[in-house]
Design a protein around this ligand. Structure first.
Ligand code: HEC
Ligand code: HEC
Ligand code: HEC
Ligand code: HEC
Ligand code: HEC
Length: 196
């Protein structure tokens, strides 16, 4: 009787865990990176490509925290009080600043809640942002692979551009296996490292 109840309880827990995983993977978007409409049309190509601003000047949490972080309105205004002040998209920025409101950026890369991805470990291992996020310096809108150039559009049309990597478990694990072939690298393969 006691043993049966024990098995029953274990079964119920397992069922709950599986249901949770299944529901959380149904209810979310598939983990592919697609461009999203943003409150301000922020062009990475202008800032990184043309003006050579370092990724970590704006995403400054990447080396010390699990998330990379987004820049504050103040950080943008450090340049934009003067630079481009007359451009329509920069005026929107100044409005958020005047209202003392954060910009409601739409999140693009998002793993499901039951996974753990730390930027810090990857930046310390000297991986380039672009290995995982693609050629951000050419993007007019994040995740849109093309800049306003005929050559880019033609390349996309014939499908020559490599697609952004899907944020799948296979992608993480494949790279961990490859990296572990190098000396002094120990990228985890145990479930608990990425699921806790
Ligand atoms: C090993 C792959 C990898 C590398 C290298 C990497 N990222 Fe990420 N990045 C991810 C993944 C995966 C997510 C989604 C994380 C999540 O949802 O928990 C993400 C999310 C983000 C986000 C949005 C959420 C957040 O953390 O603020 C930003 C911004 C970002 N990365 C910027 C960068 C920058 C800048 C660099 C380089 C300094 C970088 N990433 C390097 C894989 C990577
Ligand atoms: C280190 C300086 C610097 C920082 C910080 C900076 N920008 Fe810029 N930004 C520029 C320069 C330079 C231009 C080009 C201006 C021009 O073409 O007259 C620009 C252009 C722009 C444009 C106009 C693009 C167009 O052509 O319509 C927008 C929008 C913009 N930035 C938004 C932002 C936002 C939002 C932030 C904060 C997340 C930010 N910028 C942070 C330097 C900066
Ligand atoms: C001037 C500031 C600035 C610089 C420099 C910059 N970014 Fe960003 N980045 C932003 C802002 C603002 C957003 C949010 C709007 C968007 O998604 O386009 C963003 C979004 C992102 C995202 C998507 C975040 C999400 O929601 O998943 C990634 C990934 C990213 N940046 C990577 C990079 C990389 C890699 C570099 C360097 C090659 C870089 N950024 C340089 C300001 C910057
Ligand atoms: C391009 C290669 C690459 C990709 C893609 C990648 N990783 Fe890693 N990962 C590494 C390397 C390299 C390390 C660091 C190993 C070391 O420091 O010895 C690491 C370390 C880690 C660690 C250990 C952190 C610590 O503090 O020890 C976790 C957790 C992790 N990765 C999760 C993920 C997840 C989740 C994904 C997919 C969303 C992912 N990684 C994708 C290369 C990668
Ligand atoms: C290096 C990181 C990493 C390791 C190690 C890892 N996972 Fe995952 N796992 C992920 C990521 C990231 C996702 C989310 C993938 C997505 O959203 O498509 C995921 C998704 C899942 C899912 C949800 C189903 C699905 O495909 O969306 C299950 C179940 C799972 N992992 C079980 C495991 C088990 C069991 C192990 C150990 C054998 C393990 N994982 C090891 C990163 C990892």
């Amino acid at each position: 009787m006691g043993a049966k109840a024990g098995v029953g309880a274990l079964g119920a827990v397992l069922l709950a865990v599986l249901t949770f995983l299944a529901v959380s993977s149904w209810s979310r978007q598939p983990a592919v990176v697609t461009p999203s409409a943003q409150p301000i049309n922020f062009p990475h190509n202008v800032h990184v490509g043309t003006y050579k601003i370092d990724c970590q000047y704006c995403h400054s949490d990447a080396r010390r925290s699990s998330s990379a972080g987004l820049p504050s309105v103040e950080r943008c205004m450090g340049c934009h009080k003067i630079t481009g002040a007359a451009l329509p998209e920069v005026k929107k920025l100044a409005e958020y600043h005047a209202k003392k409101e954060p910009i409601p950026w739409v999140r693009v890369n998002k793993l499901p809640e039951f996974t753990y991805f730390p930027h810090k470990a990857h930046i310390r291992a000297k991986l380039k942002c672009q290995t995982c996020h693609g050629e951000v310096e050419k993007m007019t809108t994040f995740a849109a692979q093309t800049g306003p150039r005929l050559v880019n559009d033609l390349l996309n049309l014939v499908g020559l551009r490599p697609a952004a990597p899907p944020l799948s478990m296979g992608w993480c694990v494949d790279c961990h296996r490859q990296e572990n072939a190098k000396p002094d690298i120990k990228a985890p393969l145990d479930c608990i490292a990425c699921h806790h």
